[in-house]
Design a protein around this ligand. Structure first.
Ligand code: NDP
Length: 249
């Protein structure tokens, strides 16, 4: 039968905004225990009452910068004992910075994207997966992107980080074969979140232009796909979900 997330511990990185917050709401509605991480604790705190109202069994908040390797490991190892057993990990924290030709790009933007989207993904996965293997249960969902499949102009580095996510997702899947762990990549096209505002460092006008002529996906659409993948029967591994707005090329 269906894999139920009622009472299960779901760890979401980047839960303070956009897709991560939508995932928190979706899993709250199923009665999960939510372990939510981000740098902006005020955002997580503001979300907490709503999640408990929506049906989350418990919510625990973790201040975490996924770029800080050793701290990621110690923060996760130092969780209260009742939050150590993670059933579902949603590696969602990520960002893009700038939209520049490679030859004109800013190395500090590259560092931020690679450190967050690639190294952060690795650090969190490395800190969580051994416990899943030990307990004989677990599902890792990684946020990829259509950007990982097709590079767009001025997006070389962001697209490279999402191509890396694809390799890491598929590599992890190979490396946990023989265990009951499941590994899924969820790869959206355009989703309406603060993502573009972050990319353009608060330039809302430029951010709005990104969605011109397209009805973007909503963060709930992605959360819905993730919840679907996670609630398949335990013997079913959904390798990849690619979802785009109907009108996105
Ligand atoms: P948002 O900007 O709304 O959310 C990004 C989240 O990532 C925030 O909660 C932020 O939390 C967190 N985050 C960023 N850097 C760090 C860090 N160093 N440590 C911990 N958390 C961090 O964007 P989206 O919801 O749109 O993006 C979520 C994921 O979906 C990303 O991986 C993105 O690449 C991917 N995606 C988005 C698409 C879109 O069109 N929006 C399309 C395809 C994929 P805080 O700042 O509080 O730390």
């Amino acid at each position: 039968g269906k894999f139920t997330v009622q009472g299960k511990t779901v760890f979401i990185t980047g839960a303070s905004s956009g897709i991560g917050a939508a995932c928190a709401r979706a899993f709250a509605g199923e009665g999960a225990r939510l372990l939510l991480a981000a740098r902006r604790m005020d955002r997580l705190q503001a979300l907490q009452p709503e999640l408990l109202n929506a049906g989350a069994l418990e919510v625990h908040l973790l201040e975490l910068d996924v770029r800080e390797g050793p701290k990621v490991e110690s923060s996760i190892a130092g969780l209260p004992s009742e939050w150590q057993a993670i059933d579902v990990l949603i590696n969602n924290a990520g960002l893009s910075r700038g939209l520049d030709k490679l030859q004109e790009g800013k190395p500090e933007d590259w560092d931020e994207m690679i450190d967050t989207n690639v190294k952060g993904l690795l650090y969190v996965t490395r800190a969580v997966v051994p416990g899943m293997i030990e307990r004989g249960t677990g599902h890792v969902v990684n946020l990829g992107s259509t950007a990982g499949e097709m590079t767009y102009p001025k997006g070389a580095v962001y697209c490279a980080t999402k191509a890396a996510e694809r390799a890491i997702n598929d590599g992890l899947r190979q490396d946990v074969l023989g265990t009951p762990l499941r590994v899924t990549s969820v790869d959206p096209g355009m989703v309406e979140t603060p993502f573009s505002e972050v990319r353009f460092r608060g330039d809302t006008k430029r951010a709005a232009q990104v969605y011109e002529g397209v009805t973007p996906l909503k963060p709930e659409d992605i959360a819905d796909a993730i919840l679907w993948a996670v609630t398949r029967p335990a013997h079913v591994n959904i390798a990849r979900i690619l979802l785009t707005p109907v009108d996105q090329a």
